[in-house]
Design a protein around this ligand. Structure first.
Ligand code: SF4
Length: 90
């Protein structure tokens, strides 16, 4: 299962991170992104070039694999997301 966030629709409330902190993460600029942690996803795609931050790229290019065992909370986060901007793909 894979997940990404459409940042254009994100309201910045942080609900996704509250529900699934291992999958979603708030960024300093107020947008939420999917996490790309090496321990979860294998090779890390670094968002801003700073090694070890564990941030994936934005938007659909930020498509990230959902860690095993986190599928249910990821789906819950998508259902609860007020911006309806969390997209799940098989
Ligand atoms: S729950 Fe949705 S709208 Fe809220 S911060 Fe997360 S992605 Fe953005």
């Amino acid at each position: 299962m894979k997940v990404w966030i459409d940042q254009d629709l994100c309201t910045g409330d942080g609900l996704c991170e509250e529900i699934a902190p291992d999958v979603f993460q708030g960024r300093d600029d107020g947008l939420w992104i999917v996490k790309e942690e090496a321990k979860h996803f294998g090779t890390t795609t670094i968002f801003d070039g700073a090694e070890g931050e564990g941030h994936g790229p934005e938007g659909a290019s930020g498509l990230a694999r959902v860690p095993e065992g986190m599928e249910d909370t990821t789906i819950e986060a998508a259902e609860e997301c007020p911006g309806e901007c969390i997209f799940i793909e098989p």
